[in-house]
Design a protein around this ligand. Structure first.
Ligand SMILES: Cc1cc2nc3c(=O)[nH]c(=O)nc-3n(C[C@H](O)[C@H](O)[C@H](O)COP(=O)(O)OP(=O)(O)OC[C@H]3O[C@@H](n4cnc5c(N)ncnc54)[C@H](O)[C@@H]3O)c2cc1C
Length: 372
């Protein structure tokens, strides 16, 4: 047991995820090719009890620690990153609504989540997706609440969602609502994504959609970590794990004709693998530290999510690029897992906050500190 790793009493949930991830890995390539949303995987996660275990205790869950949750996301992402991405968004939207809503709505969302209803985040806007917590679209007062006409982009798993976590401007103030899927919400294809192709991202268009007053989340009263910020770095760590596993398998079995030796004996590859793997270990350790901060509800969690994401996104791309280099022509074939892993690795970089935005925010903090 590691002090920053899953508590021993929760290890069985990590084992459950490992078992599910092994199954998900068998169909990851097929889902990537078809771009179908891996609904069966998401249902298996729900049936296993993992969804419920993440709920706060007062709503019937186990308040599963962020240390276990991070490990679980990493395992799932190594198996099927599209499944892991939709799951992180589902868990984040559902638990976010439970934690942010007034008591009656919170109970409603917890019951819906326990019953297997699906949740998605409709936050990023076409005009500037990285500003997903600072919406630019206004909702207008209407009978029963407010009406929204506008669009959100890249909503993972939107077409299977029963409920959305949406943010809009009310009197110029960013405000969260829980919104049920109904006939005023349309899903417009925006082209397939390059990586995480089965994550079901669409343009979600709201056409005069009612945002009901009783589903409006009151202003936040204190700091609490959230499952998206705490989970997103682990998506990339899982992709990096998959890249290194694919590299090792290929390099052990591929013989270099000129030497008659396996590719794994090449010094350039051995050095680069040791380097990228060490950086993966470091990024993983920092991500674990970030989850430990979340479990303490420490204010340092927020900047730590950015450092963890930046480190994880970078090492995932580096590991996948090295896997492609080792794979040569074989890794470049559509039948190889390596090309898929490389495409998946870039998705983490793009997802908010993008690596550039993380760097910008972290540097801004550093310069302000040094001027103080
Ligand atoms: C696979 C996937 C799943 C997603 N799932 C969801 C979801 O479920 N729900 C949801 O709401 N959104 C989701 N998103 C959207 C995502 O979170 C981002 O909002 C979106 O990918 C980035 O927005 P954008 O295209 O508007 O990029 P932009 O913000 O326009 O960025 C363009 C470029 O400018 C850079 N940039 C932007 N702002 C700054 C800055 N301030 N400083 C420095 N550089 C900057 C960026 O790094 C990037 O290189 C998903 C995205 C992906 C790829």
């Amino acid at each position: 047991m590691h002090p920053l790793g899953p508590p021993p009493e929760e290890q069985h949930w990590v084992d459950t995820a490992a078992e599910l991830a092994r199954e998900f890995a068998k169909t990851a390539a097929a889902y990537d090719e078809s771009t179908d949303v891996p609904l069966a995987n998401l249902e298996a996660l729900h049936t296993s009890g993992l969804d419920r275990a993440l709920l706060p205790r007062e709503f019937g869950g186990e308040d599963l620690s962020y240390r276990s949750y991070g490990e679980i996301v990493r395992l799932l992402a190594a198996g099927c990153p599209s499944t892991a991405c939709i799951w992180v968004m589902h868990v984040g939207a559902a638990i976010g609504l439970v934690q942010m809503s007034a008591p009656e709505s919170a109970r409603f969302y917890a019951d819906e989540y326990i019953a297997g209803r699906r949740f998605a985040n409709a936050l990023s806007e076409p005009s500037g997706g990285n500003l997903f917590l600072l919406p630019q679209q206004h909702a207008q007062p209407a009978a029963g609440g407010f009406r929204l006409s506008g669009a959100k982009r890249f909503t993972s798993g939107c077409e299977i969602a029963d409920h959305f976590l949406v943010n809009v401007l009310i009197d110029d103030t960013p405000t969260f609502f829980g919104v049920p899927a109904d006939e005023t919400i349309k899903y417009l294809p925006i082209g397939d994504t390059m990586g995480l192709r089965a994550n079901g991202s669409r343009l979600v268009e709201f056409r005069d959609t009612l945002l009901r007053s009783e589903r409006r989340c009151p202003p936040s009263t204190g700091h609490r970590p959230n499952r998206i910020g705490g989970g997103i770095a682990f998506l990339s760590l899982g992709v990096a794990d998959a890249a290194i596993a694919a590299l090792i398998e290929h390099a052990r079995t591929r013989t270099i004709p000129t030497t008659g030796q396996p590719l794994a004996t090449m010094q350039w590859l051995r050095f680069d693998l040791a380097d990228v793997h060490s950086r993966l270990e470091a990024a993983g350790m920092y991500a674990r530290h970030m989850t430990w901060l979340a479990d303490q509800n420490d204010l340092e969690f927020n900047p730590a999510t950015m450092r963890a994401k930046l480190l994880a996104n970078q090492v995932a791309v580096d590991a996948a690029q090295l896997a492609l280099k080792a794979g040569g022509g074989s890794g470049y074939l559509s039948t190889s897992p390596i090309q898929r892993i490389l495409r998946d690795a870039y998705a983490g970089w793009v997802m908010a906050y993008s690596v550039e935005v993380c760097r910008d925010r972290l540097s801004a903090d550093l310069f302000e500190d040094s001027n103080a």
